[in-house]
Design a protein around this ligand. Structure first.
Ligand SMILES: Cc1cc2nc3c(=O)[nH]c(=O)nc-3n(C[C@H](O)[C@H](O)[C@H](O)COP(=O)(O)O)c2cc1C
Length: 358
């Protein structure tokens, strides 16, 4: 798949026996499933009634993320793993059902920067007052409510305990999913920045995290554009970074410890490192062309070096023998060049780290 897939929870809010909610949710799942397959989206139906969430019984404020109860930890994992939500909700007394409010209140960070769409049902207002009520609450959690909506008037839509087929309602359900997925992708950078393990980066607003095989598309683009300069400087196209396939990149991302700097979903720079015997190998240091000369490469190099285990004796890296700009950077960071270039036109640089202050 070319773009990252999304996981969408379809939440059924009502829990009372004989509720209409499951019927509406079933229609929605059946309607959205073909479109979800086209979009590479995983739809996960979740009934709040199956979660066994009592009224909020955690001592700490949810923003602390300190959960004492097993049911909270389970709910946290489910919500955390999702990229967006479709809530199927009735209107109870002009508002959302208490079950939905309670499920929202349980968590905090897990909801942030994810889209939420509503499929409501009710009598005269088709559940729309419930949705208005919910929107006011969800924005506090940094959920992003969609404009697209499906509102079902029970009197028009339900006959003999079944939902009448309705092509315009089906189209609205698909439209809701389309909008949800677009917003989920657009919000991905904000989610990544907020997620555990992402640290602030050296460029204002940027964040840093370990790259995984899922990042192979961005890494492939970055290294191809970065190594064009190398190719020109060294008068050769025989540079692995220019030729590697998506699969090749995926493979090495699984084994190297690779650090990436991101800004609003754009990969600005990267560096990879791993241990070989007592050497710490560093490579694939790359910075997007428009941010070169601003210290990002130096920052990445130092970050990669800092990952070396205490018993590593030297850092070792390779660059094109004619890549003078790179070589200048490495020399200024304490590297020494090997006297001779290798037959493939690369040169090896090393830095002694056997005596380090820990
Ligand atoms: C406690 C309660 C309050 C309700 N309040 C409203 C309301 O404010 N507006 C409305 O249109 N319908 C209201 N209804 C009727 C519901 O729309 C209808 O019963 C619907 O089937 C409820 O969804 P559920 O079957 O999934 O629980 C209310 C129903 C209940 C049980």
């Amino acid at each position: 798949m070319l773009t990252k897939s999304a996981r969408v929870l379809v939440l059924t809010s009502s829990t009372r026996p004989g509720a209409l909610g499951p019927l509406v949710a079933q229609w929605l799942m059946e309607t959205m499933t073909p479109r979800a397959a086209e979009l590479g989206v995983e739809l996960v139906p979740v009934a709040l009634g199956d979660l066994d969430l009592p009224f909020l019984d955690e001592e700490e404020h949810p923003s602390a993320g300190v959960y004492q109860q097993e049911h909270t930890r389970r709910w946290s994992e489910v919500v955390d793993a999702a990229d967006g939500f479709v809530v199927v909700t009735p209107e109870y007394n002009y508002g959302m059902p208490a079950t939905l409010k309670n499920a929202l209140d349980y968590l905090s960070r897990e909801w942030a920067w994810k889209p939420i769409g509503f499929v409501s049902y009710g009598h005269t207002s088709a559940g729309t007052r419930s949705v208005q009520h919910a929107k006011q609450v969800v924005t506090t959690l940094r959920l992003v409510p969609l404009g697209a909506t499906v509102a079902i008037r029970i009197g028009d839509a339900v006959e003999g305990g079944r939902l009448r087929s309705d092509a315009s309602r089906d189209a609205a359900g698909v439209g809701l999913l389309d909008e949800l997925v677009r917003v989920a992708h657009a919000l991905r950078p904000l989610r990544e920045r907020a997620r555990a393990g992402a640290l602030s980066g050296p460029v204002p607003g940027s964040y840093v995290r370990r790259l995984t095989p899922d990042d192979a598309p961005e890494v492939t683009v970055l290294q191809r554009c970065s190594w064009v300069d190398e190719a020109v400087a060294n008068d050769t196209l025989a540079i692995p970074a220019l030729h590697e396939s998506l699969e090749d990149v995926r493979d090495w991302l699984a084994t190297w410890h690779t650090t990436g700097v991101w800004l609003d979903g754009r990969l600005l720079g990267m560096v990879r490192a791993r241990r070989v015997d007592t050497d710490w190998h560093v490579g694939r240091l790359a910075v997007v062309p428009d941010l070169r000369g601003q210290g990002l490469g130096r920052w990445l190099l130092r970050t990669a070096e800092a990952g070396a285990q205490p018993d590593c004796r030297r850092v070792l890296l390779f660059t094109g023998a004619k890549s003078l700009r790179n070589i200048d950077l490495y020399h200024s960071e304490g590297y020494r060049s090997a006297p001779l270039a290798a037959p493939d036109g690369t040169t090896c640089l090393t830095k002694d780290i056997s005596v380090r202050q820990h």
